[in-house]
Design a protein around this ligand. Structure first.
Ligand code: FES
Ligand code: FES
Length: 152
């Protein structure tokens, strides 16, 4: 069956089963590999992308569920919140191995797009589903706070 996805502002018509996970459509068919596979069961956040601006776990959402929505991946996220988040990530040298970081950035960006002045509790709630094996959590939080200050 064919499914049309709008990813980073471009339409892609893919010959895939409707229950194909969005992650595999993005990585294998559209060949955007910045979005990572971690657990495959919506537990780690490595595969986080935006669907109509909301963070979703692309490993656990079928393509048919997001056809017609605007999908944004790490390669295409470019709002003002995304820019300050990425600048903060770079200046505070957040990543260690880097594997989880595109998912972290996508969750952080979605948070600041909906709430430019988050409390610590807001940050914890938004980021709790993004696991980092290297435990970069203190730098992630500092970067989100720094980005929020710049947005404010
Ligand atoms: S790979 Fe999707 S949440 Fe872990
Ligand atoms: S930076 Fe290594 S898993 Fe997060």
């Amino acid at each position: 069956m064919s499914v049309t996805l709008n990813v980073n502002g471009r339409e892609h018509t893919l010959d895939v089963e409707p229950d194909t996970p969005l992650l595999w459509a993005i990585r294998d068919h559209i060949e955007l590999t910045g979005t990572k596979f971690g657990c495959g069961i919506a537990m780690c956040g490595a595969c986080t992308v935006h669907a109509d601006g909301n963070p979703v776990r692309s490993c656990s959402i079928p393509v048919v569920a997001v056809a017609g929505m605007k999908i944004t991946t790490i390669e295409g996220v470019e709002s003002s919140a995304a820019k300050v988040v990425q600048d903060a990530w770079e200046s505070l040298q957040v990543p260690q191995c880097g594997y989880c970081q595109s998912g972290q950035i996508m969750s952080a960006t979605a948070l600041l797009e909906s709430n430019p002045n988050p409390s610590d509790a807001d940050i914890d709630a938004a980021m709790q589903g993004n696991i980092c094996r290297c435990a970069t959590y203190p730098r992630i939080r500092a970067a989100i706070k720094s980005a929020a200050e710049k947005l404010g």
